[in-house]
Design a protein around this ligand. Structure first.
Ligand code: AMP
Ligand code: ZN
Length: 495
């Protein structure tokens, strides 16, 4: 398999460190707001890669983090160590605690994650669950002499790190980052590239006790540490959590292209400094951004659409998945409502075709030239536009019989995640009846004669009166008529 490695800036043959095992880590969401379809594009890349690796026979250990502390608003302006904590800011705005904010947006994220049929990682790691590991890592870096203290925290000393023979920022062109910064870096920093490992809750010489009386300035998330009460810098969480779950060195790290300039180089510096092992990550993959109407997507522009915006217009998560597949992950993809509508039409046409091909038997292995093409596209740095072209070529090829087409498409769906089986399954018709004497609802896969409905109603009355022997007797009688019943809250299911 060939993967474009942002570290070496070239297509490389994928060789896992310890085959057939592959460790994959994706930088996940900062949970202070709803996840936009831009963010989802990056998580979709993680999903596509993991599905592909599994399809090719690798044993994947997939980890994704959830940032619930330490990501500051200054990051958007080019200095991740300035500004307010995004969660604390949202908490002040919504008059909730930062913990409540995190939980609310985590729940929403996990719901969307499932709806989009994204591969469940072995673990979603919350930064606040790994404070001890982060402190431990900072201690190791400190012991190596690569930290210094200023008013607002403990910083990584990039200059010193370089003087000792290490390289910093291989992943990015840091000059561009400096030019792009829209804020003056903290003047106490020795070098603008230095970054916070631990930030203090009370920088201006205030003690923890003094600050406790001042409710307005008190952080909801803070921990004691060898350096004082505070919270971890944004980057250290990924180094600490990936190390814990994937080891000192692992195979593939994924994120949006914006993280390539500072967040990822900082992860590399911290991890390689702490472990003394290089490289921290063998292959770096960065997803290009999703644009809207040809321009930037942003909350302030009102075009950072979320899944419910799509749902309200009648789109299904599968339509968005199909839309993502139409673009190569290293190219910007332009979202318009029209392009999503096109994806919907094409996807639904595909489902209709599969219904025409439908055969009872689903076979795992199908020999076909098309299978080779499909695999080649995947192995060519996840070339999904070509993948879709292969699918449509197969569909219109009259020399391939329908059973074969059906089997191929179903097998490929392990990678596509487009719910071919679910969408083409015959829906079971359910019949619903209401009891006359009790409040029971009877749900059945088959039509029930009125005497059976009355008997079930009678049984419910018996159950309400705690007449268990009568209830059991009725159940046994129904069993002799080949009716199996299952009680759920307020309902009885008949099979
Ligand atoms: P955040 O929640 O801001 O930490 O971002 C989460 C992930 O989404 C990061 O990997 C970002 O690079 C990525 N991301 C943010 N905006 C976009 C976008 N418009 N298109 C694709 N990925 C994005
Ligand atoms: Zn990260």
């Amino acid at each position: 398999m060939k993967i474009y490695n942002s570290l070496t800036r070239q297509l490389e043959d994928f060789q896992p460190i310890n085959p057939p095992h592959v460790g994959v880590y994706t930088c996940g969401p900062t949970v202070y707001n709803y996840v936009s379809i831009g963010n989802w594009r990056t998580y979709f890349l993680g999903d596509l890669l993991v599905r592909t690796l599994k399809y090719l026979g690798y044993d994947v250990n997939y980890i994704m983090n959830i940032t619930d502390v330490g990501h500051l608003t200054g990051d958007n302006l080019g200095d991740a160590d300035t500004g307010e904590d995004k969660l604390q800011k949202a908490a002040n705005r919504e008059k909730k605690t930062a913990w409540d904010i995190a939980q609310f947006y985590i729940d929403d994220f996990l719901k969307g994650y499932k709806e989009l049929n994204l591969t469940q990682p072995k673990e979603f790691c919350r930064a606040t669950d790994y404070i001890a590991e982060q402190i431990e890592l900072v201690k190791i870096i400190e012991a190596k002499g690569m930290t210094y203290r200023i008013d607002d925290g403990i910083y990584f000393d990039v200059g010193k790190y370089e003087t000792e023979g290490n390289t910093y920022g291989e992943l990015s062109n840091i000059d561009q980052v400096r030019e792009g910064a829209r804020v003056e870096p903290n003047p106490q920093k020795k070098d603008p590239r230095d970054f916070a490992l631990w930030k203090f809750s009370y920088p201006k010489g205030r003690s923890f006790d003094q600050a406790q009386d001042d409710v307005a300035s008190r952080r909801h998330m803070e921990w004691d540490s060898p350096w004082g009460v505070g919270f971890p810098g944004w980057h250290i969480e990924c180094s600490a959590m990936s190390r814990k779950h994937l080891g000192d060195q692992f195979d593939i790290h994924i994120g949006g292209e914006d993280l390539r300039s500072t967040h990822h180089p900082n992860e590399v510096a911290q991890s390689e400094c702490a472990t003394g092992k290089k490289p921290f990550v063998k292959y770096w993959m960065h997803g290009a951004f999703l644009q809207v109407d040809g321009g930037r997507m942003g909350k302030s522009l009102g075009n950072a659409y979320i899944l419910t915006d799509l749902e309200k217009k009648g789109f299904k998560p599968e339509h968005l998945r199909y839309f993502y597949l139409t673009g190569h992950y290293r190219q910007p993809l332009n979202f318009t409502w029209e392009s999503l509508e096109n994806a919907r039409i094409t996807y639904e046409r595909l489902i209709k075709k599969i219904l025409e091909f439908k055969y009872k038997s689903i076979r795992k292995e199908v020999e076909s030239e098309y299978n080779i093409q499909f695999k080649n596209n995947l192995e060519n740095d996840l070339n999904t536009p070509e993948l879709l072209a292969t699918i449509w070529k197969l569909i219109s090829d009259n020399s391939v019989d329908n059973e074969k087409k059906y089997n191929l498409l179903l097998n490929w769906d392990e990678v596509l995640g487009l719910k071919f089986l679910e969408r083409t399954k015959k829906k079971k018709i359910k019949f619903k009846y209401k009891g006359k004497m009790s409040k029971i609802t009877i749900v059945s896969e088959k039509k029930l004669p009125s005497d059976v409905i009355n008997t079930l109603d009678e049984r419910e009355v018996a159950r309400e009166q705690k007449d268990w022997s009568k209830a059991d007797q009725i159940r046994n009688t129904l069993a002799t008529q080949d009716l199996e019943i299952k009680d759920e809250e307020g309902k009885v299911i008949v099979k």
